[in-house]
Design a protein around this ligand. Sequence first.
Ligand code: NI
Length: 227
Amino acid sequence: MLIVIESLLTKDEVAAMRARLSQSGWLDGADTAGTRSIAVKDNLQLPRTVPVAKELGEVILRKLGNHPEFVSASLAEKIWPPVFNCYRDGGHYGTHSDAALMRLPEAGMTLRSDLSATLFLTEPDEYDGGELLAETPFGAQAVKLEAGDMVLYPSSSLHQVTPVTRGARICAITWIQSAVPDMQARGLLYDLDCSIRALTPGRAKDDADIDRLIHVYHNLLRRWAQV
Ligand code: NI
């Protein structure tokens, strides 16, 4: 299931981030690819250690933590520090799957990638190509979102970024370990929570039916969460 988180960043926040990134030195992304994906990865990446990457990454993490849709859809337990990348001049990332276990020794972090996320920082009309193609049970889905929007997709899916033939595609990407690793269970919880949130505003604060749905939600979460 692909889930779009709209307007994670406002257009002003995107512009501010773009201004900071424009002064940064991009490096060959192949430096951080695994031995197999190095053959299919052709993009530029901001080294994780540069201050601007850390600072902007923290802005994104704060936004994610406060976004009800993201919290509900991901049930995030751990989030990888966002990585900034740039595709231009035919840059692409051929079909690959993301590493299942990711280690960040300096933070003492090991993360199981349940969800992969791409936050678009350039508008679709700024570049040609650059679609994220993710294979789903219903066939490949192409994703190219407005600046400030984020897509979540299963890290277990095969995916690629098609060549950027005009302009530049700048994104931030990250990975999420969910409290509910099972994709189907997580999807059911998300559907239930969406309905609870949609129904709640029209009901009394002590509405018994809403309370029962919340009770069901939390007991399913209790059953499925692995923390
Ligand atoms: Ni990937």
